[in-house]
Ligand binder design. Structure first.
Ligand code: ARG
Length: 243
């Protein structure tokens, strides 16, 4: 009886269903962004985002696969479905909200200035005037310094390690980056680097999602809220940020 036959399914399954079916969620990240996601001495991927992502995936009932990607262009890569989410210390910005969605924020951060230890003359963002300033291409740091009047040159780096090397060898006098990252470099090299002044911006970090995936956003938000409530996020935060 034809009437009992299932009609051919035309609609594609939503991303959440596809992830559950495959048993894998793929996360795009810049794997040079310590201490969120980076390589340790044995080239193992470690960091706050890695621990959080593994736990989140577990609670979604799937495995997580990490897809390293250059930061500048990570939104385009999400759009072209090279991965399902961006999990890489990404700041929620108005500009980005025009093209992608964000999960609930999972950590508070902000841009700050880092100089070579002992450098004077940097107290507020206005002191960047007339200076060459290093930051990561496509970052909220780039956005923040572009708002400061009279900067001599904004030097854009593909990764923060490259910017910190240039700071160390004196090629640039100041780096603007996430406070969380700045603290990490200083904890490793307190003899070399120094944070100066107050945060230039306040920025929540969240997971980036395609606007076409509201089901996935809801599932991820639920898990993140659970992890906030039961103390899991605090535990991961203590491990990586000591706070
Ligand atoms: N939080 C800043 C931003 O969203 C810097 C992020 C850099 N992240 C990274 N994984 N490289 O732009």
């Amino acid at each position: 009886q034809a009437a009992n036959q299932e009609p051919a399914k035309q609609t594609e399954k939503n991303t959440l269903d596809q992830i559950k079916e495959k048993g894998v969620i793929v996360a795009g990240l810049d794997d040079t962004f310590a201490p969120m996601g980076y390589r340790d001495e044995s080239n193992k991927l470690v960091g706050f985002d890695i621990d959080m992502g593994e736990e989140m995936a577990k609670r979604l009932g799937v495995k997580i696969q990490w897809q390293p990607t250059q930061w500048d262009g990570i939104i385009m890569a999400l759009d072209s479905k090279r991965f399902d989410i961006i999990l890489s210390g990404m700041t929620v910005t108005e500009e980005r909200k025009k093209s992608i969605n964000f999960s609930v924020p999972y950590v508070g951060d902000g841009q700050i200035m880092v100089v070579k230890k002992g450098t004077t003359g940097f107290n507020t963002a206005a002191d960047l005037k007339g200076k060459v300033v290093g930051t990561q291409a496509g970052s909220s740091g780039e956005e923040a310094v572009k708002k400061v009047e009279g900067i001599k040159e904004v030097k854009l780096y593909k990764t923060y390690p490259e910017a910190f090397t240039d700071l160390q060898i004196g090629r640039i006098p100041v780096v603007v980056c996430d406070r969380i990252t700045a603290s990490h470099y200083i904890s490793k090299r307190a003899d070399t680097y120094e944070i100066v002044g107050e945060k230039i911006t306040d920025e929540p970090l969240a997971i980036g999602l395609r606007k076409s995936d509201p089901e996935l956003k809801e599932a991820i938000d639920n898990v993140l809220n659970e992890m906030k409530k039961d103390g899991t996020l605090t535990k991961i935060s203590m491990k990586w940020f000591n706070r």
